[in-house]
Design a protein around this ligand. Structure first.
Ligand code: MF3
Ligand code: CO
Ligand code: CO
Length: 258
């Protein structure tokens, strides 16, 4: 069963998502060479406290593992679920920031990839393609279409550009829980899967790699890295299906890339 949010619940989601995207915007702004990922995580935690929300990730369990960070911060070949540390961000890195907040019991989930200064040309293209894949996927998020239309759009944008999607991790429904039904793979078949209905809130999150789509888990039990050490990009929005255009609840008023 895919949860449907009524108009009052959708408004709660709107507010949670706005806090998540505002905080993401402000965290993006403090990224610079020399800052440690721990400092970034702590700054995000302060912003959450100040906004009266809680991290949706801190203490989150997958199996018996408990996530220790306030946000996910993943560099370069790290795909997702990177944990803050004393590591310093360097010029030329790409930094994936993923932020989830709980506001009055409702969750917003959003992510972006930030280039630090001038980055390698192929990596820059990877970021552009991944962001475009998200935008095109959102373009499929219409009532009456099927979930597979979203998935296929992402996969096709990647393969058209000789890039590879990550298959081990998926987008998801989001609401009172961080991960609700349905799972939203970044690959799939058009016209397949459940029909999209107004009131669904979906976290759509393409993860696309320059090299192989395969990932491996670091010894910390959380950080997923590309198997070949090549860069990975990740963009995510929480989107409300409506009777009209999809509503991007975590919109930040601009595209992430200059
Ligand atoms: N933010 C991830 C997502 O987009 C989930 C993070 S789970 C955590 O679904 F435990 F790592 F925080
Ligand atoms: Co996320
Ligand atoms: Co998500």
């Amino acid at each position: 069963m895919i949860p449907i949010k009524n108009p009052k619940e959708a408004e709660k989601m709107r507010l949670a998502c706005r806090v998540a995207s505002d905080i993401l915007d402000r965290v993006v702004a403090i990224i610079r060479p020399g800052i440690t990922t721990k400092e970034v995580d702590e700054a995000a935690a302060e912003m959450m406290q100040e906004a009266g929300v809680k991290s949706a990730f801190l203490g989150y369990r997958i199996g018996h593992r408990v996530y220790p960070g306030n946000i996910c911060i993943s560099l370069n070949d790290e795909v997702i679920h990177g944990i803050a540390s004393q590591r310093r961000i360097q010029y030329g890195d790409i930094v994936k920031l993923d932020i989830g907040v709980i506001r009055e019991g409702w969750i917003g989930d959003t992510a972006t990839t930030v280039p630090v200064g001038i980055i390698d040309e192929r990596t820059e293209r990877l970021l552009r393609v991944t962001e475009r894949a998200l935008e095109r996927a959102i373009g499929m998020a219409h009532q009456g279409r099927r979930l597979g239309d979203i998935s296929a759009e992402i996969e096709e944008e990647a393969t058209r550009n000789q890039l590879n999607v990550v298959r081990e991790f998926v987008g998801h429904g989001v609401g009172r829980k961080l991960h609700e039904e349905p799972q939203i793979p970044n690959y799939g078949k058009r016209g397949s899967g459940p029909r999209l209905k107004a009131g669904m809130t979906l976290a759509i999150e393409p993860m696309i790699n320059l090299g192989t789509g395969a990932v491996r888990l670091l010894d910390d039990g959380w950080t997923a890295c590309t198997a070949d050490g090549m860069p990975s990009a990740h963009f995510e929005h929480t989107v409300l299906i409506t009777n009209e255009e999809p509503e991007i609840l975590t919109w930040r008023g601009k595209t992430q890339l200059k």
